[in-house]
Write a protein that binds this ligand. Structure first.
Ligand SMILES: [Mg+2]
Length: 380
């Protein structure tokens, strides 16, 4: 007689990366586990996951969407619309998909409806504080094989910033922004896509002024020139410029993206899948964007496991544009996984065909990057 699959335990550990990632492992009554990564939930994420475990032990892990909604609805009065609760739940959801893939012998993209593409194009987030740094770092990324890069142009410490709280832009600040973009465009040439991030630090008139000033540089997008909360204001920025506008890294779930998409307030959306919703919900957000012909370019600062999880969604939708990679300064990217080949080849990732997410974390290396004072999974 076949014994049905049941969740037996869920554990979470924290790993140093872009801030801290949380790795979630789900154990069952059989010899199959699943591991996921979520990010930006903060130091309380493992505690939240531990509390959510009580709702999931004894459940059949194959019902991923139902389990996600079971936990989310249980937290309706505790932050189930956005924020750390959803990030923690996202880690569980991604681990569930890995588990279901392993239980069925199928890669996650197959469970999401199959793939439109075999490789996922990445852009390198290069940051940079000066025009020279932006140009040099972007050029370095291109030398690694990336054909799309992103730089940061906001600078809260700029000497011309007159008031740290208001969202205005002074002439000096604006000139530095233009200089950064001009130097980077010059360094990478016309054939590499260039995105520019403003981290939502400006007000509406400043955003429109800056967007107009950047029109000559053929940007892939201008990211969050204003905060994303006021969709009508974002739509006004979009209407005022020919520069494509992108937003969404701090928006959660389909409900959070609904207005942004339905009002067509942006040219590109950028949900952070291992933070804002997980893989199933992420695919639904992409599908919603698709009917408005809006491309999907997920934000991503995860290590390789969370990035590969995002790749399965990016493979399974037609309107994928490009996926972020934010580890230019952290050389241990590939070491976190078992395997000899680099995950990123020539600026892109081949979607894994192995069951589940298709990669396993290297326990010995991961143990070196645990949050100080915390422990690895206690194999139960
Ligand atoms: Mg951003």
């Amino acid at each position: 007689m076949t014994v049905s699959l049941k969740i037996r335990d869920i554990q979470a550990i924290e790993i140093q990366g872009h801030g801290y990632s949380t790795y979630v492992r789900i154990y069952t009554n059989q010899d199959v586990t699943g591991t996921g990564e979520c990010i930006h939930g903060g130091a309380g994420t493992p505690t939240l996951i531990h509390a959510m475990k009580d709702l999931l032990v004894g459940e059949d892990p194959m019902n991923v969407d139902r389990l996600f909604e079971k936990v989310r609805r249980a937290y309706l009065f505790d932050g189930a619309i956005a924020g750390n609760v959803i990030s923690a739940l996202t880690g569980i959801e991604i681990a569930l998909w890995d588990l279901v893939g392993k239980a069925t012998g199928l890669p996650v993209y197959q469970l999401l409806g199959g793939k439109f593409r075999d490789t996922i194009r990445l852009y390198a987030d290069c940051g940079g504080r000066t025009p020279e740094q932006c140009a040099q770092r972007a050029k370095h990324a291109v030398s690694l094989g990336f054909n799309a890069v992103k730089i940061d142009i906001d600078d809260a410490r700029h000497p011309c910033k007159l008031d740290p709280w208001n969202g205005s832009v002074t002439h000096g600040e604006q000139q530095l922004m233009i200089d950064k973009v001009a130097a980077t465009r010059e360094a990478i040439g016309p054939n590499v896509d260039l995105a520019v991030d403003m981290h939502g630090r400006y007000d509406l008139p400043a955003a429109i002024r800056i967007a107009n000033a950047l029109e000559p540089y053929d940007l892939l997008w201008l990211e969050e020139p204003i905060p994303p909360e006021n969709v009508d204001a974002m739509k006004e920025v979009r209407a005022s410029t020919s520069v494509p506008i992108c937003a969404g890294e701090n928006i959660f779930l389909r409900y959070g993206f609904r207005d942004l998409i339905e009002k067509q307030a942006v040219d590109v959306i950028m949900p952070d899948l291992p933070k804002c919703c997980g893989l199933s919900e992420g695919r639904k957000i992409a599908n919603l964007a698709e009917i408005y012909y809006i491309p999907f370019a997920p934000h991503n600062v995860c290590g390789p496991l969370g990035t590969l999880a995002s790749c399965h969604v990016c493979a399974s939708i037609p309107n994928f544009l490009v996926l972020e990679w934010h580890w230019l300064d952290r050389p241990y990217w590939d070491d976190l996984l078992f395997g000899d080949a680099a995950v990123i080849q020539n600026g892109s990732i081949t979607v894994p065909d192995k069951p589940g997410i298709g990669a396993e974390i290297n326990s010995e290396v991961v143990k070196q990057y645990l949050r100080s004072g915390t422990e690895y999974f206690q194999e139960s």
